[in-house]
Design a protein around this ligand. Structure first.
Ligand code: PMP
Length: 407
């Protein structure tokens, strides 16, 4: 793939829209019917209404004399990570019960995008098997960022090798396991190890393993797990991600990558992320222990409520139309909420039953921009729809979908 084409495909770049390439605004101004509805990006503005309600509690003040140093905690492997952030995210994981953090190394990054690349560097430079670049695979449909991020700098350490389900080389590999998966919401485990007898390393991308999207069925305890504030609380703009790593040498190498890439992570962002996580935890603590928080003030319940409603509306429209299919999800018991519920993914993996190219069809017919299945190593009859968009965009999308006659 040509470099220009790769850059054009990068997930963070806003695709062309009715707004000269700028992200559409989050205001509630009503959409003129002819405008383009952009559901391509993974923005999380659905969660804005919760944070507006909690505005005062989340405000952080930073004085002019603070945060001049690169360093935060020289005793820690990840010496630029602020102890406040480490404590806050350990508290959040302990509250939710979705990941083991005791006796683990935590590395903070500029979003999990940077941590993914740091993980590739750490795992591939620790691979002893050969001088050839290590194969990087994920089961299709996979998150569209992985191939481009793996190959952007044409590293001699790693190379993108496509669909993990097709992988049958007798060579070392890194498999990315994303669960719940972007784009299709499926719950996943590794697929390569079951077939090949060669050395394999795993990166577990657990960006969506939060009770807003899916029941928390177990405490994840993998060698290398990635999380991001972008999907946990919706604060994508703060660019905070973290890796939970068992092996200290891998954690050190990831830290080296981030040091050479950006000499750490903004302390303003780390402070804000810590505050946001504390506010989430405090509201549960107050609710559970002294009853001074209301259920509507609980972040995961509130957000899941809105997402669930959107999924119900979408399923209703899809049922009426007969032209589309969306995946079904099992109900499971959630150890965090003590209730059973379905997975409500951040994206809908929409299939056009009678169209070869669902993305083009939606764009031409409905002026709805969705990301084509091709970008996820999959069938173009699928397209990915962002379920976390603004209320106006989502309602307009449903309106247009329900008015299609000839599919
Ligand atoms: N992994 C997955 C599965 C994602 O969906 C995304 C964002 N869309 C990322 C990683 C990157 O997240 P971040 O904003 O933390 O860089």
């Amino acid at each position: 793939m040509k470099l220009q084409q790769m850059v054009a495909n990068l997930p963070a770049l806003p695709p062309l829209n009715n707004n000269n390439g700028l992200p559409s605004s989050n205001t509630d101004a009503s959409l003129p019917n002819s405008s383009i509805v952009n559901l391509d990006r993974g923005d999380t503005v659905l969660l804005e209404s919760y944070w507006r309600k909690m505005s005062e509690e989340c405000t952080v003040e930073i004085k002019g004399w603070e945060f001049l140093s690169y360093a935060s905690d020289l005793k820690s492997v990840c010496w630029f990570m602020m102890p406040e952030l480490r404590d806050a995210l350990k508290r959040l994981h302990a509250l939710v019960g979705n990941a083991e953090t005791s006796d683990r190394h935590i590395v903070v990054g500029n979003g999990s995008t940077q941590l993914f690349q740091a993980a590739l560097f750490a795992l591939s430079s620790s691979s002893s098997s050969s001088d050839d670049p290590i194969n990087v695979v994920a089961a299709a449909p996979y998150y569209s960022g992985y191939p481009d991020e793996t190959d952007l700098v044409r590293s001699s350490l790693h190379k993108w090798s496509g669909d993990a389900k097709e992988y049958d080389k007798n060579e070392a590999y890194i498999e990315i396991v994303t669960s719940p998966n972007n784009p299709d919401g499926s719950l996943r485990g590794p697929v390569v190890s079951s077939k090949c007898g060669v050395e394999g390393k795993l990166i577990h991308d657990l960006a969506y393993y939060w009770p807003l999207y899916t029941p928390i069925t177990h405490k994840a305890d993998h060698d290398l797990m990635l999380f991001t504030l972008s999907k946990c609380t919706g604060h994508s703009g703060s660019r905070i991600g973290w890796a939970i790593v068992k092996d200290i040498d891998i954690a050190k190498k990831m830290t080296t990558f981030i040091v050479l890439n950006s000499i750490g992570v903004s302390k303003e962002s780390q402070t804000r992320a810590a505050k946001i996580m504390e506010v989430v935890c405090d509201s549960y603590q107050r609710y559970r222990f002294d009853g001074s928080s209301k259920e509507s003030e609980l972040f995961f319940e509130y957000s899941r409520g809105i997402l669930k409603e959107r999924w119900q509306k979408l399923r209703e429209v899809v049922k009426q139309s007969d032209g589309f299919i969306v995946p079904k999800f099992q109900t499971a018991y959630c150890n965090f909420t003590n209730q059973s519920f379905e997975t409500y993914p951040a994206f809908a993996w929409l299939m056009c039953k009678r169209e070869e190219d669902c993305g083009s069809y939606l764009e031409k017919k409905l002026k709805v921009v969705a990301r084509s299945g091709k970008r996820f190593g999959s069938d173009p009859r699928y397209a990915r729809i962002n379920m976390l968009t603004t209320g106006d965009d989502f309602d307009e999308f449903l309106e247009r979908l329900s008015n299609i006659e000839d599919i």
